[in-house]
Structure formats: C-alpha cells, structure tokens
Ligand binder design. Structure first.
Ligand SMILES: [Zn+2]
Length: 435
C-alpha cells in the first residue's frame, strides 16, 4: 500500500474517532467494507471456515477474526491487539457550572493525561448517551458536537510570573472549560443541550429524554503531516488509534491460510479492568466460541501468537538523558520491540525472535526499547492478555514523542513499516509443509 495514502487514511480515521465509541464504530465500518460480518454476542454463532467476522462489546471494544481453511486448533491464530481509548477529559454527570457569568463544565481526568497541552485549544465534545424514547424504552446512541464549542484558556503570564518555572495544574480548579458567556440571568443546562443535539443528529430515534452520558472533550484540529519533508505525523490519540488502524488495515489486507484475529479494547489507560477491557473476559469468551471444545481451545492457544501494538517513547533530542542510551528508539526507524525484565511488557526471546526474523526477511528496520534501569516502566494490554489467555505475546509499537499529550507526534514512515511487519506476521505459517 502506498505510504501517503496509508497516512491520510490514518489521519481521517483518527479525525472520525474522537472517542473509543466512535473509534470502534469506525473500525467496524472499515472491516465491514472488507467483508467482515458482524456477530451479536447475544445470539448463536454459526461460524464457517474461511469466514470473516467481527463482534463489539460496550460499543467501545471490538474483536475481528478470520477463520482459515485449517481448524484453529491445528494452525493457531495470528492475533493483533491494541486499545481504543486515550487520555482525555470526561464530562462529569452534573457538569453545569457558572462563574463570573461564564458557563463552564465540570470535568474529570481520564487516564494519565499530559494536562498543559489542553489549554488554549479549540475543543469539542463527543461520546455516547443513553436516552428514553417516546415509548418509554431505553436507547443508546453516539453524538458529536463536531464544532469547537469549548476552550480552557491559560492564565496570562502577567498574573503568574513564575509559570515557566513552576506551573502546576489543579484539575478540579483549573480545567473546567468555558462554553459560553451567559450574563447573569441566562440559564443553560447541559442535558438540554445534549437533548437538542441528539434529536438533531438522530431524528429517527424518537429521543424523548437524555438519561446518562459518557462524553469526552477532544481537540478539533485534524492530524497533519509536518516537518520539512513531512516526515512526521502530528495528531491526537496516536496512542493508540495509530495501532488500531494499522492493525485493522493489515488484517483487512491479509489472505493467509491460518486464522487471524484483531482485538481492540477500551480502558487501557485506566488499567483495563472492565467488562470490555483487556483484563476482562471479552477475548476469552470469543475464543471459546471459536473453539468450543476445551481440548481444541487449549491446542489453538498453544499454537497462537499475539502481537500487542502500542506506541513506544522515542528518544527526545532535548531530553535524551531520559532514555537508556542504547535503547532510545528513533522516529521513522521502524517498529520498536518493548522489553521489560519485570514483565511490564510481555515480549520474550521467542516472540521477539519471530518478529525479528519476519522483519529481516521483509527488509523492515527494527528497534528495541528498555526503560532506564533507574526509572519505572509503563505497561499495556500485552501482559494482561498474555496472563489471561496464556498466549505467546510480543509488545511492539512505533516510536512517538509527547505520549498522552492532546497532540502527539509519530514518524510518517513508521506506519508503513508497522503495517508491513504485521502483514508478514499474519501470513506467518509455522509449519508450511503440513498444508
Ligand atoms: Zn497506549
């Protein structure tokens, strides 16, 4: 696939995916366009050899899989994993605030967000809401204000002379965004605004009242290629929608004999412990339905491999001492194998060895990351999936700057390197002689 087209598709995908709900919806649409058929967890599944399927949970996590000609117990599955969520600000349930004639929203920080970059951005709001329809029934739908309706202005430097030395942010006091100047008398109610928007965006659903919501603030600015040679991609939620998109694209474009699977789960940024998170039962439940017989399931898992894709910290030229000098990945120098002796990453010499073999054969550069020995290591869905399912797992990712900022930076060539590496992995046949 040509690299500019892949990057433009990635930028468009991220722009259409301001929340995990929207990302899951976009992944579903993308996969359906490649022949994946949606299954309902509440119904009986009749799976066919050679079939392509997808299933979602909580509208925010997705598993897609293809069944090869061989039984998965004989060939195993080539699995890819990523997460749909990103650090952001969530709207509180009773968000209405008025201060000095300004209408503001109470917000809660989701995940380990880098907070400073949220100031002075053109923000919008999107997510999922539950409603009561005209017949008194419960419904659920996605909404998106799309336009820049909110902003968190910085305090002027004249009112905080030490700001460049010591700016700290109190999330309760300093983050409520400004949405409107109301004057003294006007009365705005957020649920009323939501009801109007939901009715406008979904007139066919007969929405009578908004019951509850899960809404995120996001930056309206679309992603872009930047740099003198446009060698960087700047955008929101590159962690980890970049991996979700590239994994989905690789799965869609693969036609291998072994079965393949993609799992994209929500709640990674807050620990993954949820009904649809990587530390929950979603993937296991799908695998049990692919291989209902416990013997076959055990054989399938034992023959399977999982690559968990999540971004890695590139060595920052202005802060190079934050990396181990021998393990500071560069942008645009290929995927990064993430290794940690304490199993914060699930990579081992067998899974990393396979990936190195495949990258060597496909002429794809490869790097490795180990955190400095005197610093704590991050983690991701790899170790959780490995320990819950028992599958051989590798943690990889593309090198990025500004992880968990509202605008992150990745290498424009790395998307293609990762895509080609994942395609080689999906096509990997452990035992080509067996047919
Ligand atoms: Zn991540």
């Amino acid at each position: 696939m040509n690299v500019p087209a892949l990057n433009q598709q990635l930028i468009d995908f991220i722009h259409a995916s301001p929340t995990p709900f929207h990302a899951t919806g976009e992944l579903k649409t993308l996969l359906q366009s490649a022949g994946f058929v949606e299954l309902d967890e509440a119904r009986h599944w009749h799976l066919q050899r050679g079939g392509r399927y997808l299933v979602t949970r909580n509208d925010s996590s997705l598993v897609a899989f293809t069944l090869g000609e061989q039984h998965p117990a004989d060939s195993g599955l080539r699995m890819l994993g990523a997460h749909t969520d990103s650090p952001c600000l969530h709207v509180k349930p009773q968000p209405d605030l008025v201060s000095n004639g300004y209408y503001q929203l109470g917000v809660e920080v989701y995940g380990g967000a880098l907070l400073n970059p949220w100031f002075d951005r053109d923000l919008s709001i999107a997510g999922r809401l539950s409603y009561r329809d005209a017949n008194g029934r419960l419904g659920s739908t996605l909404i998106d204000f799309q336009a820049p309706v909110a902003v968190i202005p910085s305090l002027a430097i004249h009112l905080d002379r030490d700001v460049n030395q010591s700016r700290s942010i109190n999330p309760q006091l300093h983050l409520p965004p400004v949405l409107m100047q109301t004057g003294d008398a006007a009365h705005v109610e957020f649920r009323r605004l939501l009801l109007e928007l939901a009715r406008e965006q979904h007139p066919e659903q007969g929405i009578d009242a908004v019951l509850e919501f899960e809404l995120c603030l996001y930056d309206c600015q679309p992603g872009a290629l930047v740099g003198l040679e446009q060698e960087f991609i700047a955008g929101a939620r590159l962690d980890n929608l970049l991996s979700c998109f590239v994994c989905a694209r690789a799965l869609m474009d693969s036609h291998a004999g072994s079965g393949q699977l993609l799992v994209c789960t929500d709640h990674e940024e807050v620990g993954s412990a949820s009904a649809c998170g990587a530390d929950g039962p979603f993937l296991k439940s799908v695998l049990q339905r692919i291989c209902p017989d416990p013997q076959e399931l055990a054989r399938c898992i034992s023959r399977s491999w999982l690559i968990s894709a999540d971004n890695a910290h590139g060595i920052h030229p202005n802060y190079a001492d934050r990396h181990d000098a021998r393990h500071g990945p560069l942008l645009n120098r290929g995927p990064v194998i993430k290794i940690n002796a304490g199993q914060r990453y699930a990579s081992n010499s067998e899974t990393a060895g396979l990936f190195r073999l495949l990258c060597d054969q496909a002429d794809i550069p490869l790097q490795s990351f180990v955190v400095r020995s005197d610093m704590a290591c991050g983690s991701t869905i790899g170790p959780l999936t490995a320990s819950n399912i028992g599958v051989r797992t590798l943690d990889v990712g593309v090198a990025t700057f500004a992880m968990h900022s509202i605008r992150e930076l990745a290498g424009a060539r790395d998307t293609d390197y990762l895509y080609r590496a994942l395609k080689a992995f999906l096509a990997y046949d452990e035992d080509p002689g067996s047919g």
